[in-house]
Design a protein around this ligand. Structure first.
Ligand code: NAD
Length: 476
């Protein structure tokens, strides 16, 4: 497996100006995996100039069918390389190999979807009633900066790049500093598959340097960010200078609501992975569980048993369900939450410790008796920790569900269709699942209410977000 270590600019590899490098650590072994070039402000200038030139000189004006054909080739190439992409992802963030391979397949599917979406996306004719003919054009914006996190490095890179490219923009993508490898390889594969040089660049490096330089660059017309709410706020403030368009996919504290009439056994068996998958480093993690009182004790017993059965270990093994946390720093953050829960007297039904040995592992942890003002209840933990509380009254439970600054995702378990619909209208969140935990569908809009974000990824909504609308009136 070749490890990419350069910047990918103008369809080729180059070293960072100034020679900066970032060490990457394999979180399962704690060994240094590679030293990857860290872009400087001068590299941002070069990448934006190259993207602007590639956009002006052809990509924006390419016939839609030709653009679609290129994106189909990118999808094919990603699909042909899911094993390699999966291994790169596993080694940089500790993701179990089976999941990493699936996510590479998802990235391919995203390119495939947007290749098809190109022919379905366009403006409207409008009945303006002034003796003429009125129509709208959906036009590309120019250079789009995509800034992505480390928890799903490849899928999120794809679900920013693919719709932006499909809409005719050029993209400069900044991966998280600890997880640049799969985005770099994706850009190389895309170029080999026929994407013109300069249309997609990848600049590894620090958020404060590369991210800020991209967000404030006058030629960057749109910033598409996924990451923490705190950095999202910072980006929105920076973008205000040039009134650069932003879309923000941010943190979450999603509820998982189980009514007593539900198939609660199925809910108990499947819910551990709704919060512990990706070792809890998931913006959609259902980290607040509300279980109706009549089934609470039986539910918790079954949930804990299912949690204990999860296979935690070496992410290179096919059987592993939970790998290590992606970094020592993130494990420290999660342990500070656990210390807080201990100091407040919460009950640890299971987990709470490091299993020992090498790697940034942390046991999946189930907390009971967490208070509604405790940090573990209110803040995004971004690790393998869930708090489960009982409820008696639907309306009071919904007030508690919505008493959160976040509103990204969530699940509702009930056999009563009216209740499912009533509760899904009431929950303040951008994405919900009924009797399951699936939040992400390539064809459907994904994003949050409140401080979970602004704008939507995926589906046609994402294409919309990478265009400007122009209205044209023809005097007849
Ligand atoms: P982060 O906010 O620390 O970093 C995200 C990206 O922003 C990285 O590329 C980082 O280098 C960059 N960045 C950091 N500081 C910056 C700055 N000052 N200026 C510009 N860019 C900067 O987030 P993370 O730790 O990588 O990811 C975890 C967070 O992402 C969690 O809060 C999670 O909920 C959120 N997330 C949200 C979604 C979603 O779709 N809503 C999906 C995945 C992750």
């Amino acid at each position: 497996m070749k490890i990419p270590t350069g910047l990918f600019v103008d369809g080729t590899w180059r070293e960072a100006t100034g020679g900066g490098r970032t060490p990457l650590v394999n979180p399962a072994t704690e060994e240094v995996l590679a030293h990857v070039s860290a872009a400087s402000v001068a590299d941002v200038e070069a990448a934006v100039a190259s993207a602007q030139a590639a956009w002006e000189s052809g990509w924006r004006d390419l016939a839609p069918g030709r653009r679609a054909a290129v994106l189909y080739q990118v999808a094919l190439s990603l699909r042909a390389n899911v094993d390699e992409l999966g291994r790169l992802e596993q080694s940089q963030v500790g993701k179990p190999i089976a999941d990493a391979r699936d996510e590479a397949g998802l990235a391919a599917r995203v390119f495939e979807y947007y290749a098809g979406a190109i022919s379905q996306f366009g403006g409207q004719t409008l009945p303006v009633g002034r003796g003429g003919f009125d129509f709208t054009l959906k036009q590309s914006m120019g250079v789009v900066a995509a800034i992505v996190p480390w928890n799903f490095p490849l899928p999120i890179a794809a679900w920013k790049a693919a719709p932006a490219l499909a809409a005719g923009n050029a993209v400069v993508l900044k991966p998280a500093s600890i997880s640049p490898l799969t985005a770099l390889r994706m850009a190389e594969l895309a170029t080999e598959a026929g994407l013109p040089p300069g249309v997609l660049q990848v600049l590894p490096g620090s958020g404060g340097v590369v991210g800020d330089a991209l967000v404030t660059h006058p030629k960057v017309r749109k910033v598409s960010f996924t990451g923490s709410t705190e950095v999202g706020r910072h980006i929105m403030r920076l973008a205000a200078g040039n009134l650069t368009r932003v879309s923000l996919e941010l943190g979450g504290k999603s509820p998982n609501i189980v009514f007593a009439d539900a198939d609660w056994e199925k809910a108990a068996d499947s819910s551990p992975m709704s919060v512990f998958a990706n070792t809890g480093q998931d913006c959609c993690a259902r980290s607040r569980m509300f279980v109706e009182r009549p089934v609470f004790e039986r539910f918790v017993e079954r949930f804990v048993a299912a949690t204990r059965r999860l296979v935690v270990g070496d992410p290179s093994l096919e059987s592993t369900q939970l790998g290590p946390m992606a970094s020592a720093a993130q494990r420290d953050v999660v342990e500070s939450f656990l210390a807080d829960a201990r100091s407040r007297g919460s009950t640890f039904a299971c987990g709470g410790s490091r299993p020992g040995g090498r790697g940034f592992y942390l046991e999946p942890t189930v907390l009971l008796g967490v208070g509604s003002s405790d940090r573990c209840w209110r803040e995004e933990i971004f690790g393998p920790v869930v708090a489960i509380v009982p409820f008696d009254d639907e309306a009071a439970m919904l007030r508690e569900v919505n008493d959160s600054p976040y509103g990204l995702s969530g699940s509702i378990w009930t056999r009563d269709l009216s209740r499912a619909l009533r509760v899904s209208r009431a929950v303040e969140s951008g994405v919900l699942s009924i009797n399951c935990h699936n939040s992400v569908h390539v064809e459907a809009p994904f994003g949050g209410f409140k401080t979970s974000g602004l704008g939507r990824d995926l589906g046609m909504a994402a294409m919309e977000g990478y265009t400007e609308t122009k209205n044209v009136f023809v005097n007849a």
